[in-house]
Design a binder for this molecule. Structure first.
Ligand SMILES: Nc1ncnc2c1ncn2[C@@H]1O[C@H](COP(=O)(O)OP(=O)(O)OP(=O)(O)O)[C@@H](O)[C@H]1O
Ligand SMILES: [Mg+2]
Length: 370
């Protein structure tokens, strides 16, 4: 996400190193050199019975930036976010938010963070306005302050018209917005968003992205979890890929894309009888495993070379009478990166009842060709 720089050095009691710098250099010079780390997790482990949900996770988020924690179902995203927000305790390791430690300074730390959980926290029988006013009172705002803040947030999140009806009548996108508004009552400097757009239609997702962009432009530090590669790509300054309780890669979207090694050749053929021939040709030209979608007769082949490979493949397929419906060479997406990192698509696993229908595009298992 591109945005204006905000000064990372301000007195806010949150681990700023303002005033601790040597003489002879302006703060501005240092501000450009040393980002202030706002969220720091070191070697976090957590098990539930026999399940090792987190196996030594390190993560840091510089102030005023967005980090995406990208991973499939069961990777450990919610477990990590809950520990960072003091809703759960790690078995070992430390988390600090600014100068506060989750175990030693939980109460002070909680005042600095907002959390929008994976499942809605709002009371469905209360109206949008009543929900926000209630959260305001929970944060010890006076009646007048809670009222004003609720009205302001409803306006900011486009919910004024729906303010006075029960939130159970809201659409999924409206509920997510109300949920997010509830975590912003006291304008926390740090915000955790656990899958903020899962289950939303494309328009609502875009709306949520714009809201998150606005918050970050105002200086907020955000850690968001997502299963959507394009979401991480769009919103995050840096992405950590988590799989089975471990961070398996970290970097900007571009850096991660480079790891998948070049472009991807996408080919759809016409008939089933040519699948094996096509697979052989593509494997011969590909730098890594070729994946195949048998429903669409569609291959994706990572290619190290340039567009000349495309011509070679067309010639080779033509020579054995394979009819190509569509062929294109494209830049790799983060989906390709995940495949390259894990060597596999994300495994299909049974979904709990409440999450049916909310699986992202990661949920589709890819069949890897030999
Ligand atoms: N309270 C719990 N009791 C037992 N096991 C748990 C508990 N919470 C999480 N787990 C297990 O820990 C692992 C990580 O779960 P977690 O909810 O952190 O994954 P996630 O990345 O948030 O997945 P999703 O994308 O489905 O939300 C999973 O194997 C899960 O079954
Ligand atoms: Mg989760």
């Amino acid at each position: 996400m591109r945005r204006a720089e905000h000064p990372p050095f301000q007195h806010d009691g949150l681990g700023s190193i303002h005033g601790q710098l040597g003489n002879g250099h302006s703060q501005e010079t240092f501000a450009k050199l040393i980002p202030t780390i706002m969220i720091q997790a070191t070697q976090i482990t957590k098990s539930f019975g026999g399940v090792e949900a987190l196996k030594g996770v390190d993560l840091h988020v510089p102030k005023g930036t967005v980090k995406a924690l990208l991973g499939p179902n069961g990777a450990g995203k919610t477990t990590l976010v809950r520990i960072m927000a003091t809703l759960s305790k790690q078995d070992s390791g430390t988390v600090t938010i600014g100068e506060f430690d989750t175990l030693k300074d939980a109460e002070a730390l909680r005042r600095q963070v907002g959390l929008t959980g994976q499942y809605a926290a709002v009371d469905e029988d209360l109206t949008g306005y009543e929900n926000l006013r209630m959260f305001g009172r929970l944060y010890h705002l006076s009646k007048e302050e809670a009222d004003t803040r609720a009205r302001d947030l409803l306006k900011e999140f486009g919910l004024t018209e729906a303010a006075d009806r029960p939130s159970k009548t809201y659409s999924g996108g409206m509920r997510r917005r109300l949920d997010l508004a509830a975590s912003l009552i006291v304008k926390p400097p740090v915000l955790f968003l656990d899958e903020p757009t899962t289950g939303l239609d494309p328009a609502s997702r875009q709306g949520m992205w714009k809201i998150i962009e606005g918050l970050v432009a105002g200086g907020m530090t955000v850690l968001l979890t997502t299963q959507y590669l394009e979401e991480a790509d769009y919103l995050a300054d840096s992405i950590a890929v988590i799989n089975k309780g471990k961070i398996i890669a970290e970097g900007t979207a571009d850096e991660l894309k480079e790891q998948s090694g070049g472009n991807v050749l996408e080919v759809t053929i016409k008939t089933q009888e040519h699948v094996e021939d096509a697979r052989k040709i593509l494997s011969d030209h590909s730098s890594q495993e070729v994946s195949f979608d048998k429903d669409r007769l569609h291959f994706s082949a990572p290619i190290e070379g340039d567009a000349s490979v495309l011509i070679d493949v067309v010639r080779a397929m033509d020579a054995v009478n394979i009819t190509i419906i569509d062929i294109q060479l494209r830049r790799p997406t983060l989906d390709d990166v995940f495949l390259a990192l894990t060597g596999e698509g994300v495994e299909e696993e049974p979904l709990p009842e409440k999450s049916k229908g909310r699986r992202g595009r990661h949920g589709k298992k890819k069949e890897a060709a030999k």
